[in-house]
Each structure stands twice: as structure tokens, then as C-alpha cells.
Ligand binder design. Structure first.
Ligand code: DC
Length: 220
């Protein structure tokens, strides 16, 4: 079984790289952030107070979260509804980061990820995939880049999707998510001791994917 983890901060290019790696190796790409986003989206829609762990935990207990694949395209279903198209909005990024600090949320969403990784060759991108979700994964990477570079990538991505945002706001959001994701008590954003560090500030996504694929092929 191939389990490749790619962790790192927001905007480091994890999802583009992970999708490319998955395609080139013919394996599944598991976007773990999409699961946090889908849960945050559903919680907001149900007027759950995201800072209140009791409310969030009660909502979590009743939530039916399902990850399915349409070919190699991942879809996340909440209570039977495909919410994949709603989860990229700006406010959902912040809500996902906030809701992900609650321990019951991390435990339940990590179980979903482990189940998929146990049954499939998979590349996951996330924050704690190599440290908490799959500590025994056979290939681990930690992808990072300078914060300004990450903010401009995210800004261009949002613009391409037609969003009306300012660069300074995206930069502030990325900084605040970095802080949130790295400073939560349970399973924070952290480089696993055995994860290879890749700085993508001056690398294109396909160059990063080459590094990962070469490392995987060499070890196999
Ligand atoms: O990777 P992303 O931007 O789609 O993730 C959105 C938020 O979800 C991120 O700020 C933190 C949270 N998240 C997490 O805590 N653990 C993960 N494995 C993936 C995402």
C-alpha cells in the first residue's frame, strides 16, 4: 500500500502538487482540507457557534460525513448532499481553520481519512497527516513557501474563480490561519521528524511533484 502524506501551511501548493502526484502514480488524491471545509460549511449553515465546542460536538455526532470518488474526483457529502462546490468560499476557509481546533472534530475526521488510506493507495494533503493521521505512512513530505508567495498564489487562485478580494486581506488571512493551525493544542500543523522538507517558494508545482515522485520511486 502506498500512503504519501504532504503537510504544510495554507497556500504552499499542497493540493496542486498532490493532485499531480496522484495522477502520475495512478493513485487516489485525498484532500483532507475539503473534509474540514465541508463540515465547517454544514455547521455554519445550521447556525452552529463554531467557537463553542459543545455545540460543535453535538453537531458532529449527528453529522453524516461521506467522502466519495467520481473517477478520481473527490466529492464530500454532508447528510447525503454533495457540498463540494460550496466549500471554497473565503468565509469557509476561516471557519474550517476555527472548527478544526476542536479535538472531537479532529478525531472523527481523522478516522474518515484513515479508513480511506487503509483501503487505497493514496496521497493526502493536510496539516497533521504525517504526525497524527498516518504516523506510519511510508512517504512523508512537508511543503512550505514564504508567506508572501503563498498569499499571492492564493490571491490569484481566488481571482481566477472570480472572487472580489484584496491581496492584503488574503495575506492577513493566511497569517492568521498559519497561527491558528500551528498553535492549536491537539494535532497542530507540524513537520513530522521523518518528513522530507520541500521549500516551494522558487519551485513550480510540477518541479515539486518531480521531487516527490523521484523519492517514492527511489525508495520502492
Ligand atoms: O487545506 P485547506 O486550506 O483546504 O484547509 C482548510 C482548513 O482546514 C485549514 O486552515 C485547517 C484545517 N485543516 C486541518 O486542520 N487539518 C487538515 N488535515 C486539513 C485542513
Amino acid at each position: 500500500m502506498i500512503n504519501i502524506t504532504i503537510d504544510g501551511p495554507s497556500g504552499a501548493g499542497k493540493s496542486t502538487v498532490a493532485q499531480d502526484v496522484a495522477k502520475r502514480l495512478g493513485i487516489i488524491y485525498l484532500d483532507t482540507g475539503a473534509i474540514y471545509r465541508a463540515f465547517a460549511y454544514a455547521a455554519l449553515k445550521s447556525n452552529v457557534n463554531i467557537d463553542d465546542v459543545k455545540q460543535v460536538a453535538a453537531f458532529l455526532d449527528s453529522a453524516d460525513i461521506d467522502v466519495r470518488y467520481d473517477g478520481c474526483v473527490q466529492k464530500v457529502y454532508m447528510d447525503g448532499e454533495d457540498v463540494t462546490m460550496y466549500i471554497r468560499a473565503h468565509n469557509i476557509s476561516k471557519a474550517a481553520s476555527d472548527i478544526s481546533k476542536h479535538i472531537p472534530v479532529r478525531i472523527k475526521l481523522s478516522k474518515i481519512q484513515r479508513k480511506i488510506a487503509a483501503a487505497n493507495d493514496v496521497v493526502l494533503d493536510g496539516r497533521d497527516s504525517g504526525t497524527y493521521v498516518l504516523p506510519n505512512a511510508n512517504f512523508k513530505f512537508f511543503l512550505t513557501a514564504d508567506v508572501e508567495e503563498r498569499a499571492s498564489r492564493r490571491f490569484l487562485e481566488l481571482k481566477e474563480r472570480g472572487a472580489e478580494v484584496e491581496y492584503s486581506r488574503v495575506l492577513e488571512d493566511i497569517k492568521s490561519r498559519d497561527f491558528n493551525d500551528s498553535n492549536r493544542d491537539f494535532a497542530p500543523l507540524l513537520r513530522a521528524a521523518d518528513a522530507e522538507l520541500i521549500d516551494s517558494t522558487r519551485l513550480k508545482a510540477d518541479e515539486v511533484a518531480d521531487i516527490i515522485i523521484n523519492a517514492v520511486r527511489k525508495k520502492r
